[in-house]
Design a protein around this ligand. Structure first.
Ligand code: UD1
Length: 417
């Protein structure tokens, strides 16, 4: 199993390009199921979750063609297997994103029920509730969700809670439904907006994306389209947090500045000097960071996917910060590992109290989930001496060539096989 070896203590300096957003790419690739015509997607990041999604689509009978510039052409013309098997779903919960498109276009789907996952139970009841309201019937058989439907009907759906992939599944399904679907309490995440824009490019009639009420007028068929995935705001935020923690100076190219308001605000609170242009962000952190308290919540509030990284920053801040996680129930697993590096953190329910220390010291730590891994990388970049991060397959799920990008910024980091 691969590990990362980091020799910390070097401030990050230089320029780096932000990759395409994982959480936008995954639903957009699944949207290709909605049409028999070809969907061409560019700016697709090279990540394990993307490979898993393409494997899933290919085993359904879709034609998947990669081009040399990182684009993917997808055609569902020969899709004949409407199953998302356990082996793939267990490695990536986002496989559930095939459910809405399969039911809408083929009237049937069998998707392995995602089990518990490291960051909480993460049920999919809202996805099912929405599709049921649109006329689909559901059975759970042998660990699989089996959905069947005639043509779905447009309805008004009030989501019990804000769910990103739940909103995406229903929005995709609604594009082919008969009549109008209104999704209330919808997720406003930029990735939902990116998916909506791709669907509109394919001929869908959607309004209100980016607000909490999304309206979709169903059409009979969607057509071919070309779409470029938005830049990854979490990757961007991770690099910025790493630069702030190491007191460095970096510029991000190809960034989506407007998707990062909450994160940039917190980094400024930590003392970072931030400048932005149309598609770039520069950050300079001269002094020891000030502590920043955050409370995670759906967009546009502070993203749960940046919670662990900002905690790494707070570990070396000049004071005490409170970090409250409201989106997921069990998302503090990185705390134990950060303590091994010398961090002083107490957890009380959903809140972590982080008392900043002057420095961390390298140790062997274990990555437990995707963003926890990113947090350990940041801590390793700060710590004196060698940090070895085990189980970095989590990191490969969501960060494109992270050790290469960080090396380019001056970090002493390498992969050990
Ligand atoms: C997406 C992101 C993930 C991010 C999360 C929250 C993708 C591929 N993944 O995950 O990186 O951390 O949004 O921003 O886009 N819930 C239910 N029932 C449901 C659905 C969700 O109870 O049917 C709960 C979840 O357990 C969680 C909360 O709602 O507590 C939010 O989850 P959700 O927004 O659905 O997360 P994902 O879409 O899985």
């Amino acid at each position: 199993m691969d590990k990362l070896l980091i020799q910390g203590g070097v401030p990050l300096r230089g320029e780096v390009r932000v990759s395409g957003a994982k959480n936008a790419a995954l639903p957009i690739l699944c949207a290709s199921i909605l049409t028999a015509r070809t969907l061409r997607v560019s700016n697709v990041p090279h990540l394990r979750d993307v490979t898993t999604t393409l494997t899933l689509l290919a085993q359904m009978g879709m034609d998947v063609a990669l081009d040399e510039r990182g684009g993917v052409a997808l055609s569902a013309q020969r899709l004949d297997n409407r199953v998302a098997p356990y082996d793939l779903v267990k490695t990536m919960r986002a496989s559930i994103l095939v459910l809405g498109p399969l039911v809408a276009r083929f009237g049937e789907a069998r998707v392995s029920l995602p089990g518990g996952c490291a960051i909480g139970s993460r049920p999919v009841d809202q996805h099912i509730k929405g599709l049921q309201a649109m006329g689909a019937s559901f059975e759970i058989e042998h660990g699989y969700i089996h959905a069947r439907s005639e043509r779905l009907r447009g309805v008004r759906i009030v989501m019990d809670m804000i769910t990103v992939t739940g909103t995406e599944n229903i929005m995709m399904a609604a594009t082919l439904a008969e009549g109008t679907t209104v999704i209330e309490n919808a997720a406003r995440e930029p990735e939902v907006v990116d998916l909506a824009q791709c669907l509109i490019g394919m001929g869908a009639q959607i309004t209100g994306h980016g607000t909490d009420v999304i309206t979709v007028h169903g059409v009979h068929a969607l057509h071919a389209a070309d779409y470029a995935v938005m830049p990854d705001r979490i990757e961007a935020g991770t690099f910025l947090a790493a630069a702030a923690a190491t007191r460095g100076e970096i510029t991000l190219r190809s960034a989506r500045v407007d998707s990062l308001d909450a994160v940039l605000g917190k980094l400024q609170e930590a003392g970072a000097l931030i400048e932005v242009g149309d598609d770039w962000i520069s950050l300079k952190q001269a002094a020891r960071p000030a502590p920043v308290s955050v409370r995670t919540a759906p967009y546009p509030a502070f993203p749960t996917d940046m919670q662990a990284q900002v905690m790494a920053l707070d570990c070396v801040a000049d004071g005490t910060a409170l970090i409250t996680e409201t989106v997921f129930e069990n998302r503090f697993m990185h705390v134990q590992e950060l303590r091994r590096l010398g961090a002083e953190i107490d957890v009380d329910g959903h809140t972590a109290v982080v008392r900043g220390v002057r420095g961390l010291s390298g140790a062997t730590v274990m990555a437990t989930d995707l963003r926890a891994s990113a947090c350990l990388v940041i801590a390793g970049l700060v710590a004196e001496g060698d940090t070895v991060i085990d189980r970095i397959y989590h990191l490969d799920r969501g960060y494109e060539r992270i050790e290469e990008k960080l090396s380019h910024l001056g970090a002493r980091i390498r992969r050990i096989r």
